[in-house]
Every structure is written in C-alpha cells, then in structure tokens.
Ligand binder design. Structure first.
Ligand code: ASP
Length: 436
C-alpha cells in the first residue's frame, strides 16, 4: 500500500496542478518549440514523425467518445423535456445560429475591406496547380440526409445530423413509454432512462480522464502546426492571417460578449467556463472532436441543463460555424484582391449569403472550411480551374489553412456554447449560481 501511495505522489505535481494552467503551458511551449523548429526545415520531419503518435492519441481519444456522448446525452435529454419545449428551444437556437453566422461573414468582409489582404499581389496562374470543382448539394438533399435510413450505420459512420435526428426521436418515444398506463412498461421506460443517464455520466467521467492527457496532446499538436506552417504565414500571407484573427476576436467580444450582456450573463464568467473547449478546438481543429469537452464545460461549468445542451451543442457542432463564416468572407476577398479583381459590393452581398450557407454545410473536421471556400468562390464567378490565377491564390490559402483553422474552429465552438447559454437563460433553465 505504501508503494501505491508513493507512486501516486510521484505524479502529484501533474495531476494535482490546475488543468487549465497545464494546458496553457502545453500550448505556449508547443508554439515556441514549433516556431524554433520551423526555422531549421530539416528537423521538422523527424520531429513530426516522432511526435505524431502523441498528438494522434489525443485526437483519437476525443473522437472515440463523440458518438456515445451525443447518443446517450441526447436520448436522456429528449426523454426528459416536453416535445413542445424541445421545439421552442430548437427554433430559438436555429435563429441564433443563422443570425450570428450571417453577422460573422459581414464582420469578415468589413475587416477585409479595411485591411485589403492580397491587394497588389498580382498572383498569376500556374499550370501545375490543379483545379477543383465544388459539388453543391440541393436543399432537399441536405434535409433528406438528416433522416437516417439505418441509424446503426449512422452511428458507426459517426454522421452527426442523422444521429441527432434518431436520438431525439428515440428520446421522445421513450418519454411516452415512461408515461405509459401500462405499469410494467412505464417502469421499464424509467429504468431505460436511468441507464441512459448513467451511460451519459460515464462518458463525462471518461472525458474528464481524457482531459488529463490534454496538456501533452496540445503541446504536440501545436508544435507540429507551427513547425510546418509557422514561417510560411510570416511571409505575404500574414495580412490574411491577421485579418481572419481580428475578425474572430471582434466577433468573440462584440457579438458573443454583446449578446451575453444583453441577457445579463458575464462575459468573463463565460470565458472561464468555456476555455477548455476553446483551447481543445484550437488544437484539434475539429468542432465535432471537441464536442465531448464542449458538453462537459457547458453543463459542469456554465450550469446549462442537459435537456438543452444535449440538443443544441451537437447541432451547433455540425451547423454553426461562425469562425468558418468569417474565414470564408476574408479568403474570398483575399483571392479577389490577389488576382486583381476585388469583389464588388454585389459580389460581397452574394458572399454573405453563400458563406452563411457554406458554413452550415461545413463538417466539423479539420480543413472542411477550405473545401466550402470553393463553393463560395464559385458563387461569385471566381472558379478554381486548373492553372488559373484563382487556383494559385487558393493554393496559397491552403498552405496556411491549419493556422486559420485553429482560430476559426475555436470560435465555432465558442459560438455554440454562447448560444446554448443564452437559450437556456431565456428558457429560465440556466443555473445562475455558476455565473456569480
Ligand atoms: N475545422 C472547422 C471545425 O471543425 C471547420 C472548418 O474547417 O472551417 O469547426
């Protein structure tokens, strides 16, 4: 026994210290190591090869837990909320998600007009650069795809929207079984709900465990990005990076800060509760992958009940991408400037609409926004065809996409949390003791 005690003590400096502080140390150290490595290109590949395991491990651990977290939390949530209530929450959160996304594109465009990233670049075509076509799905297709033809298949593939659909329907069904006049059935329904709740709790315990590994995962992931891409962004693409990040910051403080204060929710308290999710999104570059942490923060640190968060957060991780919307606006402007055809006012209006829709269609995985950029460009007549100047400018953006992806994903997740807290507040379901 004394040996186990001793062993425990040996790692106390790690496990007993503040988790956020450890994650931040991992972040800063990772950035420093990455930037230093980036200046000696021959050391980058060995570093990436050798450290890949530790970064991938963090991402895999998170991904492992995504589907069970959504399923159990959402079934339990939907079974415990009246269907009419769920409908009201659904409408509120959809309005919030749509409006904030449209606003985000506009913010991106405003700053791109001021800072004019890419102006004077005169990028020309290069035959070596391949064109890409964007396949634009129809609205009917998008809606139909939400209904799974086989829920088990959606679960195994991790298709979030069909899983949400099925889990909500299952939860609603369960709520009727619970209230059945048949006593045996009602008892079994109650038991099933208890089991689902316990399963959801178990998942949150696992998430808490995974977070203990986060500082190491964060360090490795950040070091890799900076080693591979840092110096490139310090060149001519610095203005794009700056414009995107200024847009992200303004949206964070102006839109979320403003909306939260309208609903009398402190911005600092909000950031304190959301920071683990914001950092995890930053380093994993995946809203979906971050979802378990997002749900944990919202419930355990911001006092949102599971009946609301279990529905709004998986939905937000899939369709609400304010950071991506800003990125799409700025990059469309950059490509216009860089190829000597700055976007007209009408083109910018088109971008607001297409980028909002594109952000909804963006999957919560690394780099997905860059694919949707093709669709936005196409809508304003800037086709990424083989060898064209537009393709060359697009390729430049791809070169630094990881850096842009970190910030935009972090904002994507933050927007989901802010919306969830606000909707919970308007539903009088927010535990205000968390905000004191
Ligand atoms: N990586 C982003 C996310 O997961 C999506 C994007 O590429 O814009 O939210």
């Amino acid at each position: 026994m004394s040996e186990t005690k001793k062993k425990k003590g040996a790692m106390d400096w790690y496990f007993k210290s503040n988790l956020l502080a450890r994650i931040l140390i991992g972040l800063v150290l990772g950035a420093v190591v990455g930037i230093v490595l980036g200046f000696s290109p021959q050391s980058v590949k060995p570093f990436v090869d050798n450290s890949k395991f530790f970064g991938d491990l963090f991402v895999r651990l998170l991904r492992m837990i995504v589907v069970p977290v959504i399923l159990f939390s959402l079934v339990a949530g939907a079974a415990s909320i009246a269907p009419s209530r769920l409908g009201k929450v659904g409408i509120k959160i959809m309005v919030y998600y749509l409006l904030t996304s449209a606003f985000a594109v506009a913010i991106g465009l405003v700053f791109a007009n001021i800072l004019q990233p890419g102006a004077g670049f005169n990028v020309v075509g290069d035959a070596a650069i391949k064109g890409r076509d964007a396949a634009v799905p129809t609205i009917a297709q998008i809606l139909l795809n939400i209904v799974p033809t086989n829920p088990i298949e959606s679960l195994t593939k991790g298709d979030v929207l069909p899983i949400i659909f099925f889990a909500v329907v299952f939860g609603l069904g369960l709520s009727y079984v619970k209230d059945s006049t048949n006593k045996t059935l009602a008892k079994a329904g109650d038991m099933l709900l208890d089991v689902t709740n316990a399963a959801a709790e178990t998942m949150y315990k696992i998430v808490a465990g995974i977070m203990q590994y986060a500082p190491i995962g964060v360090f490795v992931l950040i070091a890799q990005v900076f080693a591979q891409q840092g110096p490139r962004a310090i060149g001519p693409l610095l203005i794009v990076t700056l414009t995107v990040y200024i847009g992200l910051l303004v949206h964070l403080v102006g839109v979320y800060g403003g909306l939260l204060s309208i609903y009398k929710l402190g911005f600092m308290k909000f950031l304190k509760g959301a920071n683990e999710a914001m950092i995890t999104a930053f380093v994993t570059r995946s809203s979906s992958g971050t979802l378990p942490i997002t749900m944990r923060c919202t419930e355990e640190k911001l006092g949102v009940p599971r009946t609301i968060s279990s529905f709004t957060l998986p939905l937000g991780a899939t369709i609400n991408m304010d950071g991506t919307a800003i990125y799409l606006g700025v990059c469309a402007m950059f490509i216009g400037y860089a190829t000597g055809q700055p976007l007209t006012f009408n083109q910018q209006l088109t971008v607001i609409i297409t980028a909002t829709l594109a952000s909804i269609g963006t999957a919560g995985v690394p780099g997905a926004g860059a694919i949707m950029l093709l669709m936005v460009l196409e809508s304003i007549g800037l086709k990424v065809t083989e060898g064209s100047a537009v393709a060359a400018a697009y390729a430049m953006i791809l070169g630094i996409d990881a850096l842009l992806d970190m910030g935009r994903t972090s904002l994507n997740v933050t927007g989901d949390i802010a919306g969830t807290a606000i909707v919970a507040k308007t539903e009088k379901e927010l535990d205000m003791s968390f905000w004191k």
